[in-house]
Design a protein around this ligand. Sequence first.
Ligand code: 5GP
Length: 172
Amino acid sequence: MGDLKVLISEEEVDKRVREIAEEISEEYKNKNLTFICILKGSIFFTVELAKRIPNNINFEFIRVSSYHGENSTGIIEMKVDLQGDIKDHDVIVIEDIVDTGRTLSYLKQYLQSKGPKSLKICALLDKKERRLCEMEADYVGFDIPDKFVVGYGLDVDEKYRNLPYIGYFENV
Ligand code: 5GP
């Protein structure tokens, strides 16, 4: 797979996570929040972000998997669904990375149907040049080039999730 290189250092990620936490705290002031963590990749981001926001936060978890068939229309399957009701909640979906945008467009539509008071998307990373459907996250940590990244929750075959930085393999 080649050498593992640092794309975004631990210090840079920490700094940006603090900035986003401040933005969210400012915008939602004393409101109760519901964070929907998209498993498994967003676990680290969700935790680090939530620790820096003083609001009451209710946590929900969703797990989806996507299959990219020959006709390249990604089919998304819900593996773990919401456990609680999000009706009238101020919801923020926490995602590790927006790539084609399919996962989040599907989830946004699905979650809207549950009647939240508000629904925003917070993504740590954004690969805008890979987008296949319209999807803008409300909060973005970093715009990154079209590289396959690992670390800070992101894996390759369940490995590298616990790296404290965002890395990439030179030949992937
Ligand atoms: P999308 O539906 O936007 O194409 O895909 C989003 C999902 O694809 C992410 O939640 C993540 O699981 C996976 N993904 C996309 N790009 C990368 C990447 O560079 N590295 C890793 N590890 N996963 C990625």
